[in-house]
Design a protein around this ligand. Structure first.
Ligand SMILES: [Zn+2]
Length: 414
């Protein structure tokens, strides 16, 4: 390799994921560091993502990822970086300039000027990142305050004059807790998309169950909202449709932050036995089934990621049966996040569990994909393991979750 080519590759190695993504015209979300989108190479929805804080990229469809801009460019443009041409092409993409001619030597002057340009760009990138982080902090705090506002204005589900919450949990879970964590509102607004003036659009308003996401100091950092339609079995949630795409929208929403927090359902975190899984309904159904034990705190993590934390990339494995077509129509095995927790863990990349907990009962979601759920539950057990702590994983009947088992029992009683 000539001197000029060596320098060219070195320069490309110094390019950040963020700078490369900009040059490549990848999409950035308005806030946050994680930017999911269809893979330019394999397509799919939100299967490709890059993270400008962790300097990482990942494509779930292609089953590949890494922490360098060159590799990302190579995957997106389908280049083989093991070949010299592929590598140089990928370098040329992230640098946004042509591959230098072989044998052509950069003059000292040109080199100085280029080094200066690179340094200036690096400083500018840093300054941009700082500004963005500050505005993200502000945005997050505003969202957290809004979430607290929604929750605090409502009344406890178990005693409210508004009976929708109790009816909903009765029908979905066979009962409801005698606790004040869960609340209910008659007219909770569902914001979605924008109106003609670019402001947030109030798509729907109606009765909803609202739960907080709390941290160890019991302060709420966010809230979880479930809209209720008692006329809509079996889920008893309203059918919400995106007016611009006609797509069905989830009747649940989280506001503020959830990262590292948990949803309290019944009992107090001071208890030494904790029981919970992904969703509120499963936690309630299991609590009803064991009559909400006085020594137990019932919780929900809100989603599987918050329950089990991120996986060590090296523990990723190919699903034994499921396959997916990639962008070229080739069936490839679906890659599953593995059972081993990621090594360099941040405290808030998984829900908190108090140190004094000596029995943590994890409820598996039986109606989600079995292999993926099993790997995530094993990861949760490894992540929350402590000397002397029991962590049993409880599975519902095949094809069910605890709330659908309870709902069937309720229907049978009618
Ligand atoms: Zn891909």
């Amino acid at each position: 390799m000539s001197e000029a080519i060596k320098l060219f590759v070195e320069d490309a190695r110094a390019v950040s994921i963020e700078a490369a993504a900009k040059i490549m015209g990848l999409k950035f979300k308005r806030t946050g560091f994680e930017h999911p989108q269809p893979c330019p190479n394999c397509r799919g929805t939100d299967t490709f993502s890059f993270n400008t804080s962790k300097e990482k990229w990942n494509c779930r469809t292609g089953g590949i990822g890494g922490n360098d801009a060159i590799g990302m460019a190579a995957h997106c443009e389908d280049l083989d970086i093991k070949s010299r041409e592929g590598l140089l092409e990928a370098c040329s993409i992230v640098l946004g300039r042509d591959i230098p001619d072989e044998g052509q030597r950069e003059s000292d002057e040109d080199r100085e000027a280029r080094k200066k340009r690179l340094e200036e760009r690096r400083l500018q990138n840093e300054a941009d990142a700082t500004t963005r982080a500050a505005s993200q902090d502000e945005f997050r705090e505003r969202e957290r305050n809004k979430a607290r506002g929604i929750y605090q204005s409502l009344t406890a589900l178990r005693t409210a004059a508004q009976m929708h919450g109790r009816f909903y949990l009765q029908r979905r879970c066979g009962g409801y807790p005698d606790a004040t964590w869960l609340r209910v509102g008659a007219d909770v607004t569902y914001w979605h998309g924008q109106d003609e003036r670019g402001g947030p659009l109030a798509l729907y308003s109606g009765p909803a169950m609202v739960a907080p996401f709390i941290m160890p100091d019991l302060v709420a950092i966010g809230c979880h909202i479930t809209w209720i339609d008692l006329g809509g079995p079996p889920k008893f949630r309203p059918e919400l449709v995106d007016p611009s795409t006609g797509e069905l929208l989830p009747a649940k929403k989280m506001r503020g932050s959830k990262k590292g927090g948990l949803i309290p359902i019944a009992g107090h975190p001071d208890c030494s036995r904790w029981v919970g899984g992904e969703g509120i309904e499963n936690g309630v159904a299991f609590g009803v089934w064991e009559a909400f034990r006085a020594d137990t705190f019932y919780f929900a993590a809100g989603d599987l990621g918050n329950l089990s934390g991120p996986a060590d990339p090296s523990s990723r494995f190919a699903h034994p049966a499921l396959k997916k077509l990639d962008g070229k129509g080739v069936a490839r095995p679906v890659m599953v996040a593995g059972p081993v927790p990621k090594g360099d863990q941040a405290a808030d990349d998984v829900m908190w569990v108090a140190d004094h907990v000596d029995e943590l009962v994890l409820l598996a979601d039986g109606d989600s994909e079995r292999v993926m759920t099993a790997a995530a539950m094993a990861r949760a057990r490894a992540r929350h393991a402590r000397p002397g702590r029991l962590i049993p994983i409880v599975w519902p009947r095949e094809g069910y979750d605890f709330s659908s088992m309870a709902a069937e029992a309720v229907a049978g009683d009618l």
